[in-house]
Design a protein around this ligand. Structure first.
Ligand code: CP
Length: 336
């Protein structure tokens, strides 16, 4: 992250944002009822899409305004960024984005905060922001004068991913209550896992985690969370298997740097990879999920592409619906 030089631009206080209730910075601000409303609106948009190809009635006399949606991603992204873009176009909105490091004034040393404040001054209707660990941006974003949607922040929060994950499980199982979701991998560095703990628990699912001890949360960190150290035992428990990648870019120090990355990877694959043998022991009815990007041969085998239990591309499709519903919510157009 570029150095801070933001003293000239004081972050706006939270109270200056009249649309704060339509922002989505963290799933902790959502109740189970609100999450269900988002899912129901995504269902309605899907029905419109099936009928018209886009998520609005072409002849509607109460057609809402076409909004300007700004995407500011300070970390790489394929799914989140492009599905917000797809969602915006499907809703009839306009998208403002930029090539961050090569094509913006970040290359001249402008800070992320100044970049955000300058783009906000262009008065987009909604801003979607992704960033790494940054207490400065955590403070700045809630005070901006338009709804803000978090596209993934540090290791803390990835609200839209958790919502689309839960929506995908609901599409197959009807409800989350009674589901046993096993999240496998680098849990402590995963914003996807953290947001999923919150959303899935609120909706009634049980959650188990499995991975190397050094990558698992403390037993007391998440109430009700089941910790598994043996994947072969955990597999028998799961109705949903959610694999995560090891996020080396977020490791301050990793065992791999000491023991050699290849050895670290092989140990990981042996103990925590869903290999062909383990695929056979996973229930025939289980759902297999992954937020992407996948490291084939590490957390999942290449064969997963042909496995009928895989819901990984459905997650991506549902991501467009959920993000469309969240754009409606941000504009105050989601049915109450
Ligand atoms: N799941 C997810 O956040 O993917 P991207 O990093 O490609 O957006």
């Amino acid at each position: 992250m570029p150095p801070s030089n933001d003293r000239s631009m004081t972050p706006a206080p939270e109270s200056r944002n009249p649309s704060a209730s339509r922002s989505l910075l963290d799933t902790r601000s959502l109740s189970a009822v609100e999450i269900t409303k988002i899912f129901e609106h995504a269902d309605q948009l899907k029905a419109l899409g099936d009928k018209h190809g886009n998520f609005f009635e072409p002849q509607s006399t109460i057609h809402r305004k076409s909004a300007l949606v700004c995407l500011l991603f300070f970390e790489p992204s394929t799914r989140t960024r492009m599905s917000f873009q797809a969602a915006a176009y499907r809703m009839g909105h306009q998208v403002l984005t930029m090539d961050l490091l090569s094509g913006s004034s970040l290359a001249k040393g402008e800070t992320y905060s100044d970049t955000i404040l300058n783009v906000a001054a262009m008065e987009p209707d909604i801003m979607v922001v992704r960033y790494g660990k940054s207490p400065e941006l955590d403070r700045l974003l809630p005070g901006l004068p338009m709804p803000i949607i978090n596209g993934g922040s540090g290791v803390q929060s990835h609200p839209t991913q958790a919502l689309l994950d839960a929506y995908t499980i609901r599409a197959h199982r009807g409800e989350l209550t009674g589901q046993r979701v096993l999240i496998v991998g680098d849990i402590i560095h995963s914003r996807v896992a953290r947001s999923n703990f919150d959303v899935l628990t609120k909706l009634g699912a049980e959650i188990g985690v499995c991975g190397p001890k050094s990558l698992l949360p403390n037993e007391n960190e998440v109430p009700g969370l089941r910790l598994f150290h043996d994947l072969d035992q955990a597999i028998g428990w799961a109705t949903v298997y959610m694999a995560l990648r090891i996020q080396l870019e977020r490791h301050d120090s990793i065992e791999g740097k000491r023991s050699g990355l290849d050895q670290y990877r092989q140990d990981y694959v042996d103990h925590f990879g869903l290999n062909r043998t383990r695929l056979k022991t996973l229930s025939k009815d289980a759902m297999i999920m992954h937020p992407g990007p996948i490291n084939y041969g590490v957390e999942l085998p290449l064969e997963i592409q042909e496995d009928p239990r895989s819901r990984i591309l459905e997650q991506v499709t549902n991501g467009v619906l959920i993000r469309s519903a969240l754009l409606s919510r941000a504009l105050g157009e989601m049915p109450g």
